[in-house]
Design a protein around this ligand. Sequence first.
Ligand SMILES: C[S@@+](CC[C@H](N)C(=O)[O-])C[C@H]1O[C@@H](n2cnc3c(N)ncnc32)[C@H](O)[C@@H]1O
Length: 207
Amino acid sequence: MTWIGLVIVCLALVVGRDWLVSTKAAGSFVLKEDGRSGRPAILTARADEESPYIAPYVPTPQEVIDRMLQLAEVRAGDVVYDLGSGDGRIVITAAARYGVKAVGFEIRPDLVKRSRENIKEAGLEHLVEIREEDIRTIDLSPATVVTLYLYPSANLRLRSMIMRQLKPGSRVVSHQFTMGTWKPDQVDQITDSTGIVRTFYLWRITK
Ligand SMILES: C[S@@+](CC[C@H](N)C(=O)[O-])C[C@H]1O[C@@H](n2cnc3c(N)ncnc32)[C@H](O)[C@@H]1O
């Protein structure tokens, strides 16, 4: 085996299948694994301005999702939107735990299909929906809670849309990435069970 082959095999073993799928689908992202645990948290990446993919697929662990939804103080009557919903785990958790309506937006058809299967398996089709849409152009106004695990430049792209379209009282929670100069109302941090430090940012819409 050549040294390039060896490097590819090592990368596949260390970072895992999701990284490879993301890289293949998004093409333009180069992720680096977490230095402490070697797990595929999004830490640094390079995005291609031309690509519709504004973040690669890296799923959020369940314990982190639980904390994000707690921080957003999800309650009966909320409508939760997950922007870039991956396999649907955030919207499924919101509906299962809080009984709220939840909508995921995802651009990758394979993930849309997988998340719809997961929703069906969870018996939550009456509460959860996945829309195969580009999050740069969706209508956010029905949402009262927006969750994000994207990428710094992606958050910045969506920021003015979020600020403009969400109603007062709505909450926005971002896993790992800020919104540039838009100061969060709360910052929270946990070390997950694999040793990765996870930071959460909460903004409350007040205008
Ligand atoms: C880091 S993953 C987060 C997945 C899920 N929210 C979670 O936390 O487990 C980001 C997701 O955004 C999706 N995505 C990237 N660009 C998008 C776009 N323009 N419109 C919709 N989804 C997009 C990716 O395919 C990927 O599934």
